[in-house]
Design a protein around this ligand. Structure first.
Ligand SMILES: C[S@@+](CC[C@H](N)C(=O)[O-])C[C@H]1O[C@@H](n2cnc3c(N)ncnc32)[C@H](O)[C@@H]1O
Length: 241
């Protein structure tokens, strides 16, 4: 990702403490306090320039969002984008400077409800597999941080990363649903907010892979109920004369 000059970036970020935090670990276990409500918390790991998280927080005012990236220039870009999308300070969004390697230092157990992994770096070389954000060593941490309704939603252009991730989720005993090997095959996917990378790759005609991972016990219960209801509806349709 190409970044601009670094002049004044820290000053810029420090000047917007409501939207940006450079010490997210200080809020571990207290994010509800920071947002001032009990709404669920959705986190994008590796938010890049912040298009997705800005748009999502605007569309879903009843959910609190946290975008994390390790580059301060990306946080600055993200903060500009968020302010523009919300026409001011977004009440339900925080952008955090952090390395996901140490994500467990930012959230307490069960503090978040959803993790978005959008176009995470694929690290194609086998010897770098441990750096992939869906490696079991990361997924283990995510399971710990997610609550009973917890889910992971991932999108990628990388077939290699997708295959690796599905295996990783399966090896951890997690159930997956809504798996797509070509998200935009039938035109714009309903309710899908495009990320920067997604827009670029889609315009280049590349397939976008997507899946949802059911993590929390209540999320799993709801998923199984949905499946039963769908099956029952199918059976009813079959016996209707
Ligand atoms: C390929 S970009 C995708 C950006 C955005 N999600 C999108 O879809 O347009 C991956 C992003 O993840 C961030 N990232 C990668 N590893 C990270 C880590 N260990 N900690 C924090 N951010 C990380 C990078 O800085 C980069 O912004």
């Amino acid at each position: 990702m190409r970044l601009r000059g670094r002049t004044g970036i820290r000053e810029d970020l420090l000047a917007q403490p409501q939207l940006v935090t450079l010490q997210p670990g200080e809020w571990k276990g207290r994010w509800r306090e920071r947002f001032g409500n009990d709404a669920p918390i959705h986190v994008e790991l590796g938010m890049g320039k912040g298009k997705f998280i800005s748009e999502m927080s605007r569309l879903h005012p009843d959910i609190n969002f946290i975008g994390i990236d390790m580059f301060d220039e990306l946080l600055r870009r993200g903060s500009e984008k968020a302010r523009k999308a919300h026409e001011g300070d977004p009440p339900n969004l925080v952008l955090a400077l952090w390395n996901i390697e140490r994500i467990e230092e930012v959230f307490a157990s069960g503090e978040i409800e959803r993790i978005y992994l959008n176009f995470s770096d694929p690290w194609p070389k086998k010897r770098h597999a441990k750096r992939r954000l869906t490696h079991p060593r990361f997924v283990r941490k995510y399971i710990q941080l997610l609550n009973e309704h917890g889910e992971i939603h991932m999108k990628t252009d990388s077939r290699l990363l997708f295959e690796f991730s599905l295996n990783s989720f399966a090896d951890m005993g997690l159930r997956m649903r809504n798996i797509s090997l070509d998200l935009h095959a039938d035109g714009p996917a309903p309710n899908n907010v495009m990320t920067e990378y997604e827009t670029k790759f889609h315009e280049q005609g590349m397939n976008i892979y997507r899946c949802e991972v059911v993590v929390g016990s209540k999320a799993l219960e709801r998923h199984l109920e949905d499946l039963r209801a769908r099956e029952a509806a199918g059976a009813r349709k079959n016996v209707t004369p």
